[in-house]
Ligand binder design. Structure first.
Ligand code: AMP
Ligand code: FE
Ligand code: FE
Ligand code: ZN
Length: 291
């Protein structure tokens, strides 16, 4: 694969649409400073951040396959679905999923309601543990429409209960910890099917973080078309394993930094993990064949 000559692309980033600290416009500016040709915005369970960058009248949805060029940076529309299976957290990326259409949009709405309800439950659990935080503060910290545990964690840091977001997850909010609350979620198979049937390209995000690579053949059967081989959490051995699986199953190979913004304490720096522009072309082509 030619990863460089046509311009570097970071195909996994987050904004204030979910738990990133930069606004979508701020992220584009930063990408410009970094000299990136393209970035993909893949907020957790929402497209509100990337949608806000399209200049379309209210109530209308953009044609996502028309390249969106802002200040010389191409913005690829994406989403990252946080899924669970048998106690493992598995993330599925969706590229070029058409906005505002049918069942996929309804699914995202359902996710948002469930996320808000979970915040209420988490906050009451914390109160019962003598760790009160204001729901209104958590909502304020979330700014976007995909409120989550990272925002509760930030409120806990502000109150001085923990020194960092990471510590909040390790002591209270992580899977199996005392303030962990279940929410409505999809299995990875359901997410792949939802993205794929809506017309998007489903890619397994950072498969190395979940220790579940045996699920791959089944996900491919459900419509998975790519694998994120290049990610800051992958060592070279895991990257090579993903590259090998990609060639065996005929999958596109993607990569990105999982940038969450300055001060987020999560992901790499923007442009720290990149792929060539040929990957953007491959993803768009895969999506085009579904139209
Ligand atoms: P939620 O979407 O509310 O379930 O929260 C999951 C998100 O929290 C993940 O997508 C990460 O962005 C973040 N997260 C998960 N574990 C940690 C951790 N140990 N430290 C910091 N952030 C985390
Ligand atoms: Fe995140
Ligand atoms: Fe992820
Ligand atoms: Zn991510």
């Amino acid at each position: 694969m030619d990863r460089g000559t046509s311009g570097w692309c970071d195909l996994h980033t987050h904004t204030t649409g979910s738990d990133g600290t930069l606004s979508p416009a701020g992220l584009v500016q930063y990408a410009r400073e970094k000299g990136l040709r393209a970035i993909a915005i893949c907020d957790h369970d929402t497209v509100s951040g990337v949608r806000s960058l399209y200049q379309v009248p209210a109530g209308e949805d953009p044609e996502v396959l028309t390249p969106l060029l802002l200040d010389g940076v191409e913005v690829v529309p994406g989403v990252e679905m946080n899924c669970y299976l048998d106690g493992h957290e598995i993330h599925i990326l969706g590229y070029y999923v058409p906005f505002g259409k049918g069942p996929f949009e309804a699914l995202l709405q359902k996710m948002q309601v469930s996320r808000e309800n979970r915040v209420l439950q988490t906050v009451s659990l914390l109160a019962s543990m003598d760790l009160p935080v204001e729901v209104s503060r958590v909502m304020e910290l979330s700014t976007g429409d995909s409120v989550g545990r990272p925002h509760v964690a930030q409120a806990m840091v502000e109150r001085g209960y923990v020194a960092s977001v990471k510590e909040a997850f390790e002591k209270y909010l992580g899977l199996g910890k005392p303030a962990y609350v279940e929410r409505y979620h999809l299995s990875p198979e359901e997410a792949v099917e939802a993205i794929s049937s809506a017309g998007g390209v489903a890619v397994w995000a950072h498969p190395g973080t979940s220790n579940c690579l045996h699920l791959l053949p089944n996900l491919v059967r459900k419509g998975l078309q790519g694998i994120e081989a290049f990610h800051p959490e992958h060592d070279s051995k895991m990257t090579d394993k993903c590259l090998d699986l990609a060639s065996r199953y005929g999958l596109a190979v993607t990569g990105g930094s999982d940038f969450h913004g300055p001060g987020s304490g999560e992901g790499g720096d923007l442009g720290g993990t990149v792929v060539g522009y040929d990957v953007v072309k491959v993803l768009r082509k895969l999506a085009l064949t579904k139209r």
